[in-house]
Design a protein around this ligand. Structure first.
Ligand SMILES: [Zn+2]
Length: 259
């Protein structure tokens, strides 16, 4: 699990911390929780974009709406508009339609140009072998291991790859099946991304074969909506909705494409 690759998506890091707390505090007392670390490695990065989070937090009680990282090389963007979108910078199928230097989805000067991107990709490559063939239509095999969730907001969505194309992912039915099991917990809609090149989950699935998902936490409006929901919404809504989805993902990690 990775979270807060987009700095302003405040609830996402909180959910990652809740997940760590749930597993560590429940171990030895909660039978369902205990079975997971006994059999499965869990890795969580609650904040992938710490420089961006610092910018958000610099606003104090009026947090800044920084989405990207803090790379201002060659930019003269009005703050907080500078930076590279780390969820458009991954090396798998990087490129395609992008925005200008100051746009919210600026993809960077090259695939993997950002140190955060390179660190995340190197880490995944240490954890997982390359389980999928190089062809666009080659599926990850049924023996594939690993589930990756990148936590974003907002939209109440569970989104499997692809992002880089609207063509169906060769594992579409399997990814949809596990997505549906997770959505049974959080009530979100399962739908492929499309139109988002350079995302983390396109890399982890496309390059390594991991069953990968973008979660979009929360709705677009209301007191628990948007990028800055009321803090109480984490415990009243987001965590109880997603706890079961995270457990489902962890339990599926041994063989996510096996049904
Ligand atoms: Zn996001």
């Amino acid at each position: 699990m990775i979270a807060q690759i987009h700095a302003r998506e405040l609830a996402t890091g909180e959910l990652a911390w809740r997940w760590i707390d749930h597993v560590t505090r429940g171990y030895g007392t909660d039978a369902e929780v205990t079975s997971i670390p006994d059999t499965t490695e869990l890795w969580v990065v609650p904040v992938v974009n710490p420089d961006g989070v610092d910018i958000v937090a610099s606003g104090g009680s009026r947090p800044l709406m920084q989405r990207k990282n803090a790379n201002d090389t060659g930019a003269s963007c009005p703050a907080p508009g500078y930076g590279v979108d780390l969820n458009r910078n991954s090396t798998f199928k990087w490129g395609g339609a992008g925005t200008s230097r100051c746009g919210e989805t600026y993809q960077g000067t090259a695939a993997g140009s950002e140190p955060e991107t390179r660190a995340v990709e190197a880490w995944f490559k240490q954890l997982f072998p390359d389980q999928r063939g190089p062809g666009d239509t080659e599926p990850a095999p049924v023996t594939t291991r690993g589930v990756m969730i990148t936590v974003h907001s907002y939209g109440n969505l569970v989104m499997p790859p692809w992002g880089w194309t609207w063509n169906a992912n060769p594992n579409a039915s399997q990814l949809a099946a596990l997505g549906g099991k997770m959505a049974a917990s959080n009530g979100y809609t399962v739908v492929a991304e499309g139109d988002t090149t350079g995302t983390t989950d396109d890399f982890t699935h496309g390059n390594l074969g991991i069953a990968s998902y973008t979660f979009e936490i929360g709705s677009g409006s209301g007191s628990c909506g948007g990028f800055f929901p009321q803090y109480s919404c984490v415990d009243s809504l987001f965590w109880p909705n997603n706890r079961g989805a995270f457990l489902t993902a962890a339990k599926a990690a041994k063989a996510p494409c096996a049904g």
